[in-house]
Design a protein around this ligand. Structure first.
Ligand SMILES: Cc1ncc(C[n+]2csc(CCOP(=O)(O)OP(=O)(O)O)c2C)c(N)n1
Ligand SMILES: [Mg+2]
Length: 620
């Protein structure tokens, strides 16, 4: 066996450089590079190895959490065919990545996390930033990554890499199991040398397969589809990950079965496709929610059926409703007592198209869908053009962006009031042009992830929407965009605080308590004093962005045209009226209200809550 003497960190990078994936005959280098921040826990190990491998790109970020968000945005935009690794020091640098890890795992996005860890050798313990335990020495803060990682390992001696790395790749490239993979790297072990077998570093191509459904289950599914009077497809993120949008288009057209889209699945069909009902669930459109209400068969494709999709289990009210679940992840395939098609979305749709040939929805059902869609387009147009003064409503901002940007441009967001409004109102035209992180709905994902999206597809303009609250949580990767020459278009929508949670609080009887950006009033002792003034433009300019502050929707559109032509990152700040809201459309979301309270508004909300809860269903 030929060997090569390398440090653990050098061997790790050498291995990562030689991993490829292949799907449908297309081969891609899997790792685009590494993001991170150096500290004493990685600078002389991973840091040294990166310096020795200049062909493996290293990007320095401002915050380790943001590094993971960049990586997630990137792999989502690449439909998981490529990923980044993230390096951190030990202690706080490492734990900063935990939020990012949870986000990646929940959204089923491959990211490789390499937190530094305390000395394996132990003789110098406790080292700086070490958490000590009186009952064991076999613990560190990195154990906190375990529940948020799909694979977790600690490399306590260099040769453990040899068996760990194939597992890392198996999980990262698995369409069912992927998520955050954490390799915890003790600081001393990173720098330790070992005679690694050369064979470990040969080029490896990981095939991404398209498993077919079980024959018996498929035959049963075909019978169910043929027998259904009011079928409905729920398109989840798996449609995009599987590159199944064309197959879905053909299947929906041929059968006439309408399609509701989850946040992750939005853009599976263009909004003006005859079968596209748009958003489904708590933030759904009227067409999707009406059709869902009476559906007798729901075909879920690549969906986890989150509470937003099922409107907290109130969306499907037909007592006879049955589910067929096309999913590679067994847990999802079995949800709602569904008929599991444990298979790739595209391969299954292609098979179903053949098997249900000649089967079509009734003309009455088709007409109902057509009429609902027509009315919905009128409703969207109304909300796009409210002409509200002196400052616009949020739906007008959505309309202005939609009317200005290109059909392949990407609109991104994650948390606030806009995920709901955009889910309903955004008219997606192409796959992956609507990028909403709504698995973890993490404030602070947006700006960093936009860098990842732009790196994944530099031919597309990237527009990232952040609320004022969200901007304040994590604006600093603007500097990383400047450092790397990455152009993103950031839109800060300023409504003086947490509009979304404020509305939610009000609807639950709690009067928007603690959601407005106001000073503490010494007289009342509460946060109801003068408005906090934040100069978002000055803040963004200080990080190197070009800034714009349009005063009207017309000016906003002009600025959008202008930023399109720029070659660098810009920030547009626009004010909106948080009281002008997009309504809900016959849907509900379960947020538990206090069962007892001294406040009449809460007692009233609790009564309504108990009424709504009666609609929640078990599907057994
Ligand atoms: C990290 C994180 N903390 C808290 C929340 C809960 N949360 C959801 S939306 C929101 C307010 C967002 O405010 P802003 O960005 O101004 O958007 P707006 O609601 O005003 O549209 C909060 C606090 C979250 N989603 N993520
Ligand atoms: Mg806000």
């Amino acid at each position: 066996m030929t060997t090569i003497r390398l440090t653990t960190a050098q061997a790790l990078i050498r291995f990562l450089k030689n991993q490829y994936v292949e799907r449908d005959g297309v081969e891609t280098l899997f790792f685009a590079g590494m993001l991170g921040i150096f500290g004493h826990g990685n600078v002389a190990g991973i840091g040294q190895a990166l310096q020795e491998n200049p062909d493996f790109k290293y990007i320095m970020v401002r915050n380790e959490q943001a590094a993971v968000h960049i990586a997630s945005g990137f792999s989502k935009m690449k439909n998981r065919m490529q990923a980044f690794a993230c390096t951190s020091s030990i202690g706080p640098g490492a734990t900063n990545m935990i939020t990012g890890a949870a986000l990646a795992t929940i959204n089923r996005l491959p990211v490789l996390l390499l937190p530094g860890d305390i000395f394996a050798r132990r003789n110098v313990a406790p080292v700086l930033q070490q958490l000590e335990s009186p009952n064991t020495q076999d613990i560190s803060v990195n154990d906190c990554f375990k529940p948020v990682s799909r694979y977790w390992d600690r490399i306590s001696r260099p040769d453990q890499l040899i068996t760990a790395l194939p597992e890392v790749m198996r999980v990262l490239t698995s369409p069912a199991d992927t998520g955050a993979v954490t390799l915890s790297l003790p600081q001393d072990v990173q720098a330790e040398a070992y005679d690694f077998p050369e064979e470990l570093f040969r080029k490896r191509v990981w095939h991404i397969s398209r498993p077919m459904a079980d024959r018996e289950m498929l035959a049963r599914a075909v019978q169910w589809i043929k027998a259904s009077k009011r079928p409905l497809i729920v398109a989840g993120g798996g449609v995009l990950f599987s590159d199944a949008t064309r197959a879905l288009d053909i299947f929906a057209r041929q059968t006439g079965i309408p399609v509701g889209e989850t946040q992750a699945g939005k853009g599976s069909l263009p909004y003006d496709h005859p079968q596209c009902l748009g958003a489904i669930g708590a933030t759904g459109t009227l067409p999707a929610n009406r059709i869902a209400h009476d559906a007798d068969l729901v075909i879920g494709i690549g969906t986890r059926y989150s509470d937003f999709t099922t409107a907290s289990k109130t969306a499907f009210q037909n007592p006879e409703v049955k589910f067929i679940n096309i999913n590679l992840f067994e847990m999802d395939a079995f949800k709602h007592s569904g008929l599991p098609l444990l298979a790739d979305a595209r391969a299954t749709l292609e098979e179903l198209v053949q098997s249900v040939r000649g089967c079509q929805v009734t003309p009455e059902y088709a007409e109902e869908i057509r009429n609902l869609k027509e009315d919905w387009e009128a409703e969207t147009d109304r909300l796009y053009h409210l002409d509200h003064h002196p400052v616009p409503g949020q739906s007008e901002v959505i309309g202005a962006i939609w009317e200005t940007i290109g059909e392949r441009d990407v609109l991104m967001s994650a948390a606030g009031s806009q995920p709901g409004d955009l889910h309903k109102l955004w008219r997606a035209k192409t796959p992956n042009s609507y990028h909403m992180e709504y698995g973890y709905s993490c404030m602070g994902y947006e700006i960093p992830a936009s860098l990842g999206v732009k790196m994944a597809d530099s031919a597309r303009e990237v527009y990232v929407w952040v609320g004022d609250g969200t901007y304040l949580m994590n604006p600093t990767e603007i500097l990383t965009a400047v450092q790397e020459g990455i152009k993103v278009n950031i839109i800060v929508v300023d409504n003086s605080g947490f509009g979304s949670i404020g509305s939610l609080s009000t609807s639950l009887g709690s009067e928007g308590f603690g959601t407005r950006f106001r000073r503490r009033d010494p007289k009342t002792g509460n946060l109801d004093g003068a408005k906090l003034q934040v100069d978002f433009a000055a803040n963004a300019a200080s990080l190197g962005a070009e800034v714009f502050t349009p005063g009207s929707i017309a000016e906003f559109k002009q600025v959008l045209e202008k930023t399109r032509e720029l070659d660098h990152t810009s920030v547009i700040v626009i004010r909106t009226d948080r009281e002008v809201k997009v309504p809900g459309y016959e849907s509900w979301w379960d947020v538990a209200v206090a069962e007892v309270s001294t406040m009449p508004s809460v007692r009233q909300a609790r009564e309504e809550y108990e009424q709504h809860r009666k609609d929640e269903k078990y599907f057994l």
